[in-house]
Design a protein around this ligand. Structure first.
Ligand SMILES: [Zn+2]
Length: 83
């Protein structure tokens, strides 16, 4: 898998995704959107809303990682030993 492949799969669909399960909520689909810490968070169903509310920080962090292209490059870049 090349970097281009990763980029394409990450950006595929181009729409929002449920912050909990990753299901597409592009357009008017999805259950609700809530604002958390200055960010809009999309959720596909009441169950995901409930799950999100149990651990919002974790899901917001994960959503940012998935959504931001520069974050993807960061992940792919070899890092000096940090463990
Ligand atoms: Zn969901």
């Amino acid at each position: 898998m090349s970097i281009d492949d990763v980029m394409v799969s990450q950006l595929d669909g181009g729409g929002e995704r449920c912050a909990v399960c990753g299901k597409s909520v592009a357009g008017s689909s999805g259950y609700t959107r809530i604002k958390f810490e200055e960010q809009m968070v999309a959720l596909c169903c009441p169950l995901c809303l409930k799950t999100f509310q149990q651990n919002p920080l974790e899901f917001v962090r994960r959503q940012n990682t998935q959504a931001e292209v520069h974050a993807i490059f960061d992940l792919l870049r070899p890092k000096p030993v940090t463990q």
